[in-house]
Design a protein around this ligand. Sequence first.
Ligand code: CAA
Length: 386
Amino acid sequence: MDFDLTDEQRLIKETARNFTDNEIVEQAKQNARNHHFDLELVKKLAQQGYLGAIVPQQYGGAGLDYLSYGLVVEEIGRGCSSVRTVVSVQTSLVCSAILKWGTEEQKHKYLPKLCSGEWLGCFGLTEPDTGSDAVKQRTRATKTDSGWVINGAKMWISMGNYAKVALIFAQTDPSLGHKGLGCFMVDTDQPGFQTQVIEHKMGLHASDTASISLEDVEVADEDLLGTIGDGFKVAMSSLDSGRYSVAAGCVGICQGCVEESVKYAKEREQFGRPIASFQLVQAMIADMVVKTDAARMLVWRAGFLKDQGRPNTTETSIAKLYATEAAVECANTAIQVHGGAGYVDDHPVERYFRDVRVTTLYEGTSQIQKLIIGRSVTGINALVPA
Ligand code: CAA
């Protein structure tokens, strides 16, 4: 077993760290304050190759392995979770779906534009009444002579207001359950496709979140991803990539909490000495360090399995569950180390605390991750009545 990164992976991490410090950290506070979805920054992410990091170069991507992608996402997550969400959705949820399920024509049509940032994509699975029970899609796709007509609504869709292409999951025949689901690549300029900004979020203020309504939206046959019946698997396999990306971003939050807390605790003096010299402060920092290391190792393992092409759904859920919960705890602890200073946005820990909270909810709650892990080790599906 080798815990060392290769020289190339170290360089990729260092480059992402510098990019984050120079381009993301500087903007993060103001963008959050102004609730500004920063399209200029999105362009820079694309120029760096971060919007299609795992997409092979022949389709315009950076052709990175998953472990390297995780290193990039960790660094961006340390800088700003709103920016990290752009990378995760575009790369993991949208590009990975097209890469895995698309025809050659579809890959050539969509991936270069997504990787270059010319188009943004969004992932329309969640609905007002459909969250954890993702099979229960109420959005309907009805066959026509030339393609499909879609009617329905989607909710909590990251980048929904800016996306040019939306992966819309829809039911074609409710009697078939998940085998009736399709994934449609919808041009968001189509008549009947409307979005609305979801406001007043606790965190991720610099990230775009939309509700979407679809009224008689037309989709051509060639914009069906996979076949009818594949829709649920398209969603789940994309979430295997998305959950990995969220987990990696959360390692970044943990790392940021450690770095900010160490810096602050060495500067801040009380009782005539830096608070870093107090055992109880060191204990808080040590707790964060342990959680950061453990989360990172779980993310690396999931990335390693993905790179080997081996099954990794359970290991990805373990990484997602642990890293997101660890990041919530680290953000809370980091504020404790900062005291009152951590309660305003002068220090990034205030933003970490607000931004991290959603990570145990989106892309599958912690409870869903536990059910996936529980099913894997017991062989019993807790969601099916005995
Ligand atoms: N990859 C490929 N196929 C998979 C799979 C995977 N990881 N997981 C399951 N499948 C397949 C199964 O093999 C099965 O196929 P067969 O019928 O051919 O055997 C089929 O899918 C159905 O699987 P399950 O029986 O496991 O389905 P389930 O109804 O029990 O659901 C679940 C499982 C884990 C609860 C799932 O519904 C789930 O993950 N729910 C959470 C949804 C979620 O994460 N939503 C997040 C929305 S995205 C988001 O947040 C985006 C954003 O913009 C931020």
